[in-house]
Design a protein around this ligand. Structure first.
Ligand SMILES: Nc1nc2c(ncn2[C@@H]2O[C@H](COP(=O)(O)OP(=O)(O)O)[C@@H](O)[C@H]2O)c(=O)[nH]1
Ligand SMILES: [Mg+2]
Length: 546
């Protein structure tokens, strides 16, 4: 016993109360008009470490009768007098009854002699905010109260609101039911909500004097009650079966129930410390929910905009799918943009290596070139004096021989491969054009006598000079092929660029839609983030206040 008392940290109630006021302030700054008031009430109650035991349940379950019995005084009006529409709070203290009105007025009267007034005020839900009775000599001390709440199932909204608005101040809920109405769905709904909110809930099945044993034995009845709540996954902190009309009923657990209340009152500080924290947590949640409700319109607007944007095979509501699709489309766009440049570079590289690898000069070429160059030297003569015609014929013959030599090598080692390469460039990009192919195949690089003559340089006809001459001619031929090839490449690039433009126009349109979707998702996410931030900020205030 001592050990457990040592372990329980004493609560600094005034510090906690201050924290609730800070929370209220933060929420009020957010424009919340309901939750801050509840937190201020909670702060007031916390400062006094006040215990509230709320009696809830269907009207006529016997709540008021039970409270009167517990107090040993007939304070509360009971049926058939109309049930109270307001929460009536009773605590220990000097004998007094106060009625708090909506306008902030307080009317006091004597609870012993002026009960009719209380009855009158207690039924008037419109103007009365709450009724508070203090009474000495009962099981209640100044810091412990019993709350008599209106029936929770009431169709009258005022009753419902009165009960709802008192719940954040209830540390323990006594849920009373009429023996015959235990299986009513409202019982399960209400107690489940309470348990989900972390409230201790004790069930009281009252009026067990209505039980007729030969129909069903009492044990079976109790089992059926417990089973019904268990089926709803509701685990009450205790169940009591009572009769107020027949105190001597053999199954009456009124005494045990009263004992339980005494225990709760004795453990007040610990109970209140725990309960106000969970009430504050709940109010934070309530605030976040109200923030969510205030975002609902904007959220719906964003979502319907998303629904109006359509792209094939994409769920526009799926934020992840949208951002993945956008990233993919942008990457494709980049690839598309660089594809033309890449294709050009590749084609130029292929042409370059084809030309580099084409061998145009052989031993026979050098021989023919040496012979040709010799015939071009000044003073070259064939036959006797004045045999100019013969010399000219010999020159022509040697020129033809060298031309034939180069033409053969070009035809075999260059021209064929060149045409094959150029021809396949369009096909490689899936473009079909017979006319282009025809032009490629019609390409003719003429090697003429003037061409050969153009590369002759002055100087001795050494072996090295002959080789250089051959290389010059070969390079000049290759240069002609390169020019022709670059013209074809330019044409292919032009075709690719215009196709790319068409494709990118479609792609750009898609990217535009995806960006719009992504921005709507961003706005939705920022709403959620602001709700989360609010929750975290309030929770941080709460942690710091511990
Ligand atoms: N038979 C029987 N009647 C009861 C019992 N407890 C209360 N009542 C009666 O049930 C009616 C409703 O009780 P009341 O306390 O006003 O219910 P409330 O609306 O929950 O406050 C009154 O007429 C009570 O006298 C009980 O244990 N057995
Ligand atoms: Mg009542």
């Amino acid at each position: 016993m001592l050990d457990s008392q040592v372990l329980v940290r004493e609560t600094d109630f005034s510090k906690l109360a201050h924290t609730w006021e800070e929370l209220a302030q933060a929420m009020a700054e957010q424009g919340d008009t309901t939750t801050p008031a509840k937190l201020k009430q909670l702060a007031e109650k916390t400062r006094r470490a006040e215990l509230n035991i709320a009696f809830c349940g269907h009207f006529s379950a016997g709540k008021s009768t039970m409270i009167n019995t517990l107090l040993g005084v007939s304070l509360l009006p009971s049926n058939p007098i109309p049930t109270s529409a307001n929460v009536v709070k009773i605590r220990g203290g000097e004998k007094a009854a106060r009625v708090y009105t909506m306008n902030g007025d307080v009317v006091t009267f004597d609870p012993d002699t002026e009960m009719e007034k209380l009855k009158q005020f207690a039924v008037d839900g419109d103007t009365v905010e709450s009724v508070e009775v203090t009474y000495p000599g009962t099981l209640l001390d100044e810091h412990s109260s019993l709350l008599d709440t209106p029936g929770i199932d009431s169709t009258d909204a005022a009753h419902k609101i009165a009960t709802e608005s008192a719940l954040h101040l209830a540390d323990v809920v006594i849920y009373m039911m009429d023996y015959n109405h235990v299986q009513a769905e409202e019982n399960f709904n209400f107690t489940k909500t309470l348990k989900d909110r972390g409230k201790p809930v004790y069930l009281v099945v009252n009026m067990i004097d209505k039980h007729i044993d030969f129909e069903l034995d009492f044990e079976s009845y109790k089992e059926s009650v417990e089973e019904a709540f268990a089926n709803w996954n509701i685990h009450p902190d205790g169940i009591f079966y009572t009769s107020l009309a027949e105190p001597d009923h053999p199954e009456n657990q009124y005494a045990e129930f009263r004992q339980k209340l005494l225990e709760l009152i004795a453990g007040r500080e610990q109970l209140v410390g725990k309960s106000v924290r969970s009430a504050a947590e709940h109010l934070i949640e309530e605030h976040v929910q109200s923030l969510k409700r205030s975002h609902a319109g904007k959220r719906q607007e964003l979502e319907s905009k998303l629904d109006s944007l359509e792209l094939a095979e994409l769920d526009s509501r799926d934020a992840q799918a949208v951002s993945a699709a956008l990233a993919q489309a942008e990457a494709q766009m980049e690839a598309l943009k660089s594809s033309t440049a890449q294709a050009r570079a590749q084609m130029e590289k292929d042409l370059g290596s084809l030309l580099d690898n084409a061998r145009l000069t052989y031993y026979s070429t050098n021989e023919a070139a040496a012979s040709y160059l010799e015939s071009r030297k000044p003073g070259f003569k064939m036959g006797f004096l004045f045999a100019g015609k013969k010399t000219e014929e010999e020159r022509k013959r040697r020129e033809e021989a060298l031309l034939a030599e180069f033409r053969e090598k070009v035809a075999g080692n260059l021209d064929f491969h060149f045409k094959e390469l150029m021809s396949k460039q369009l096909q490689a990009h899936d473009i079909r054009d017979e006319e282009y192919h025809a032009r490629v195949h019609a390409t003719q690089i003429e090697i003429t006598g003037e061409f050969l003559a153009k590369h002759i340089k002055d100087g001795a006809a050494s072996r090295e000079y002959v080789m250089n001459y051959c290389t010059d001619v070969a390079n000049a031929i290759k240069l002609e092929y390169r020019r022709a090839g670059l013209a074809f490449i330019e044409e292919v690039v032009g075709r690719l660029a215009s196709r790319m433009e068409q494709e990118s126009a479609a792609q750009l349109e898609r990217i535009g839609i995806l960006r719009e979707m992504a921005s709507l998702h961003e706005q939705l996410a920022s709403l959620t983030a602001s709700e989360e931030n609010t929750r975290e900020r309030l929770q941080a205030i709460m942690r710091e206040g511990e």
